[in-house]
Design a protein around this ligand. Structure first.
Ligand code: N01
Length: 522
């Protein structure tokens, strides 16, 4: 339960504490009240793991009416996860029931809903309740919902995901198009595409899956490619009933499979990105071979060949795109888009590509994270201003000036061809270590030190040029406005090790003094 609100206004650090007469939770020996923002996979992991660790006063604020996050939001045809399902699972809810090695979106969404129900996560979710504002009033947080309700919490966990705000292309005339037009993450299922002339702008992971799925059904497919992409085949496999039975009988095999895919993906695709030259070359050869084997026409192959290294942009695992784009009803258009017309897309060579429907597979705003929720920390520090278009966090979890505020999948974490469910789980464990420390030492607040944050980020910036995201010669959604990727530049295993063994000297440990003022305990 949230603590009753007794005061308003941001009074910041070194000033009045929480509600009158209320001692900080760790000192008073009570449960901390914890607000979790978002009921996607990170929010679900947070509830299950926090509860298991003994933290039971939890409230999840979910802006929509269902759990699932990105798997609820994206419903485009062909949607699947190109990370193997045996690994893209909660470690506490492995299942023998996956139907495919790389599961499709609806099955993953059903899994999210089942886990949320089985672990009674939904019991603590407040659906249709977006959070508009968070203000730190040391040592607690004042939370205001979009509907204007105000509550106070000891701890806030932002489980708001990374890519949730669709990016619409800044192309002249977009709104003049008279056919159906929608972003890939806002798929309009009322539009019948069978037999129609369909345009897809973009060639990222999303577009590859859409084009791979719908091209054989539509009348004509026009793919507007600004930059070609490297792709490796997705070694899809359907799991038989017999295999499922074996896994039901011998559940430890599920754990073996989880570990197998973890090791495989870390040693191959993840290693290829962070300086393992040999692996990078192997992935490059795999991509080249994939293109040569699947695209016979040299002119089309030339158009599809990137001029940067494989894995520089997020590597696409997809076996359906090349067969689709080589179909007779598919057209790969590489001329630049001049503008959208009422009838279609006009390219710079003067051709008007007439269309019935236009899909914008143009990606997401990668700087959104918890924004647009307005977050105000110590001494009025505004999160959006602090980030200034280049979000940063300490170990992707903490931001200086924002005590008792933790992010899951925050900026500069390891993303890419990894199980983000696993990364989130490690981050939740890290947050639990912080809460345990507060409980053990009777602390009122913990915040990452400004110098630790600065040094960590400086080390990252130094390491980034050695990654293929920078040295590979491309631009991607990984880059922020500083021109560097917003990613963890070392092997993900190192990140996981560091999270497992928190270094508390990187944090300001604050103790309540006579219920009024905070002072450093260190
Ligand atoms: O978005 P993207 P996405 N004119 O940003 C093009 C995850 N994901 O939705 O390359 C013309 O990658 C843009 O061109 P360019 C995964 O992390 C995971 O596909 O910038 N074109 C690009 O081709 C992924 O990386 C799965 O030159 C324009 C495309 O639009 C992330 O989501 C599945 C344009 C955008 O590609 C985002 O993928 C799907 C313009 N004005 C997604 N603006 C899994 O299977 C943009 N483009 C786990």
């Amino acid at each position: 339960m949230p603590i009753e609100v007794m005061s308003t206004g941001n009074v910041g650090e070194e000033s009045a504490g929480g509600p009158a007469g209320e001692r900080p939770w760790a000192e008073a020996g009570r449960q901390p009240s914890i607000a979790i923002i978002g009921a996607g996979m990170s929010g679900i992991a947070a509830v299950v793991k926090l509860r298991k660790a003994g933290y039971t006063d939890l409230t999840v604020y979910e802006k929509t009416d269902r759990v699932g996050g990105t798997w609820r939001e994206n419903t485009y045809p062909g949607l699947s996860c190109d990370v193997p399902s045996r690994w893209y699972s909660f470690s506490f809810a492995l299942t023998p029931e996956w139907t495919h090695r790389f599961s499709y979106g609806p099955e993953i969404q059903a899994y999210m809903e089942k886990v949320a129900a089985d672990f009674r996560v939904t019991d603590v979710v407040r659906f249709n309740t977006p959070v508009a504002r968070l203000v730190y009033e040391g040592p607690t947080w004042r939370l205001t919902t979009a509907a204007g309700e105000v509550h106070r919490y000891d701890v806030v966990v932002a489980a708001t995901g990374i890519l949730h705000k669709p990016a619409y292309p800044d192309i002249e005339g977009l709104s003049s198009f008279e056919g159906a037009s929608f972003h890939s993450a806002r798929w309009d299922h009322s539009v019948e595409l069978a037999g129609k002339r369909v345009g897809v702008i973009g060639t990222g992971s999303t577009a590859a899956q859409i084009v791979g799925d719908i091209t054989e059904k539509v009348g004509a497919m026009h793919v507007f490619q600004r930059t070609p992409q490297w792709m490796v085949p997705m070694p899809q496999r359907i799991y038989s009933e017999g295999w499922k039975r074996v896994l039901r009988l011998l559940p430890f095999l599920q754990r073996v499979a989880y570990r197998y895919y973890y090791e495989f993906m870390l040693r191959t695709f993840a290693a290829a990105t962070v300086g393992n030259q040999k692996m990078q070359e192997r992935v490059s050869r795999l991509c080249q071979k994939n293109l040569e084997e699947n695209v016979a026409d040299p002119a089309l192959r030339a158009k599809l060949t990137p001029d940067y290294q494989a894995a520089c942009k997020r590597l696409i695992l997809c076996s359906a795109f090349y067969p689709a784009i080589t179909r007779s009803n598919a057209h790969l258009i590489t001329e630049r888009i001049e503008r959208i017309t009422p009838r279609g897309v006009l390219t710079t060579d003067g051709t008007e590509h007439e269309l019935d429907a236009l899909v914008l597979a143009t990606g997401f705003d990668p700087t959104a994270f918890i924004l647009p929720t307005k977050v105000t920390g110590e001494q009025g520090r505004d999160l959006e201003e602090f980030w200034d278009g280049a979000p940063r966090a300490h170990r992707a979890v903490a931001v200086p000036g924002f005590p008792n505020f933790w992010m899951l999948e925050g900026p500069t974490g390891p993303v890419g061809n990894l199980s983000l469910i696993m990364i989130s789980e490690y981050q939740v464990d890290y947050v639990i270590s912080m809460l345990d420390k507060m409980k053990q030492d009777g602390l009122a607040a913990i915040a990452v030190r400004e110098d630790a944050f600065t040094n960590y980020n400086a080390a990252m910036r130094e390491a980034l040029p050695a990654t293929v995201w920078v040295s590979g010669g491309c631009t991607s959604w990984y880059m922020d406005k500083t021109g560097l990727p917003n990613l963890y530049p070392w092997p993900p295993r190192q990140y996981l090790r560091d999270l497992r063994d928190p270094n508390f000297s990187e944090f300001r440990l604050m103790r309540d003094v006579d219920g009024q003022r905070l002072r450093s305990a260190a």
